[in-house]
Ligand binder design. Structure first.
Ligand SMILES: Cc1cc2nc3c(=O)[nH]c(=O)nc-3n(C[C@H](O)[C@H](O)[C@H](O)COP(=O)(O)O)c2cc1C
Length: 359
């Protein structure tokens, strides 16, 4: 507890002011480098785990055959090339989503492509699916065992060649197949706001075609679909209906929002929060029991996390909250969340899911 307070003070008053004076992408790259080194040694992992990790059986859930030690996951896009898989369990995460990973190597959009908006507690992201590609990343992860569930976020390569629907589908399928035996679940990302050709698979006919093609190669892992927070409710309903008919197990709501006037990219953090919460509430009411709901967007605290859980989310994901509040946030959320669940008289987190919408 005291250790978390010190870490929080250190991040807020020392580390963050230094980080926030520098170029955001360079800081991101350095953090990945340090994280990779720390994750490479048993000793450093043990030290990080001792100060950050929080474990409590009240937070453990089994979802679609996957055991999640706690409900807080790292959102896709922070660890695009799966370099942090060793360290993140010690930071306290209950799972992580690697990627998004595309069929081919992808350099991403021209720089600059990441900006901070502290006044909005948001980042503006224009990476454009930078990643090493499915072949290189799956080769690195092959035969590795992971301490926490790893979700593989799959998207289509950001280039002119994948604008045509058939080529786009082949690209998704290529990446999906490459991870057949790697990780605990897959997320099909149809909501990147920064790629060539926009978000063509928010069109339900195209989405249906994509899901048919993926189902032909379906592996044993649960399949989730990640959606844009900018969809109106009618389109959200149509997409969820197609997803349900296509045996999609879960929906990740939400990705970055394009609803802003700052220029290129999509906003994360608190700018996504109202849309992500609105979509979660709608899906929980309209599609109860049809999907595992994973809430993402603007989660900065245990209070935010518990609100999503009580509105129907089984799991949450975050990225921006950790960047604004520090990595100790994960342990802090889990500790406070365990207390909130217990104080409300629940014996396990799964009993609290949907408490505000289904009871
Ligand atoms: C730097 C950055 C890169 C991202 N890249 C991806 C990505 O490759 N794939 C994806 O599905 N979402 C990506 N996202 C979106 C996040 O996964 C998440 O949906 C969004 O940021 C809202 O969560 P947050 O407010 O906790 O950051 C990215 C977000 C950030 C901040």
């Amino acid at each position: 507890m005291i250790a978390t307070g010190i870490q929080s003070w250190f991040y807020k008053h020392i580390a963050k002011p230094i980080f926030f004076k520098q170029d955001p992408e360079k800081v991101h790259d350095r953090v990945l480098g340090v994280g990779k080194v720390l994750g490479g040694s048993t000793l450093s992992k043990a030290v990080v785990g001792a100060v950050m990790r929080y474990k409590n059986p009240i937070l453990v859930q089994e979802i679609r055959g996957v055991r999640f030690p706690n409900p807080v996951g790292l959102a896709a896009g922070f660890d695009k090339n799966a370099e942090l898989t060793e360290l993140l369990p010690d930071v306290g995460f209950g799972f992580e989503e690697i990627g998004s990973i595309t069929g081919e190597y992808c350099e991403g959009n021209p720089k600059p492509r990441l900006w901070r908006h502290p006044e909005l507690q948001s980042l503006r992201v224009y990476y454009g699916l930078k990643n090493d590609g499915c072949e290189a990343i799956s080769a690195r992860l092959k035969d590795r065992e992971f301490e926490i569930p790893i979700g593989v976020s799959v998207a289509k390569t950001n280039c002119a060649a994948t604008v045509e629907t058939g080529a786009a589908i082949s690209d998704y399928v290529k990446a999906y197949i490459a991870f057949k035996d790697i990780g605990s679940y897959d997320t099909i990302n149809i909501s990147c706001p920064n790629a060539h050709g926009g978000q063509p698979f928010t069109d339900v006919a195209r989405l249906s075609e994509l899901l048919v093609a993926l189902n032909e190669k379906r592996n044993d892992k649960p399949m989730f679909l990640k959606l844009s927070p900018d969809l109106d409710l009618e389109r959200l309903h149509e997409i969820a209906t197609v997803a349900k008919e296509s045996r999609v197990d879960g929906l990740v709501v939400s990705n970055l929002t394009k609803k802003h006037d700052f220029g290129d990219g999509g906003l994360s953090g608190k700018s996504v929060e109202p849309h992500a919460l609105g979509h979660l509430q709608y899906l929980a009411k309209e599609f109860k029991n049809d999907f595992v709901l994973i809430s993402c967007g603007g989660i900065f605290s245990a209070k935010d996390t518990y609100e999503r859980i009580k509105n129907g989310a089984s799991l949450v994901q975050l990225a921006t909250g950790m960047i604004f509040e520090g990595p100790q946030l994960i342990g802090e959320i889990n500790r406070d969340l365990a207390k909130m669940i217990k104080d409300d008289g629940f014996s396990n987190i799964s009993d609290a899911i949907g408490a505000d919408v289904w009871r």
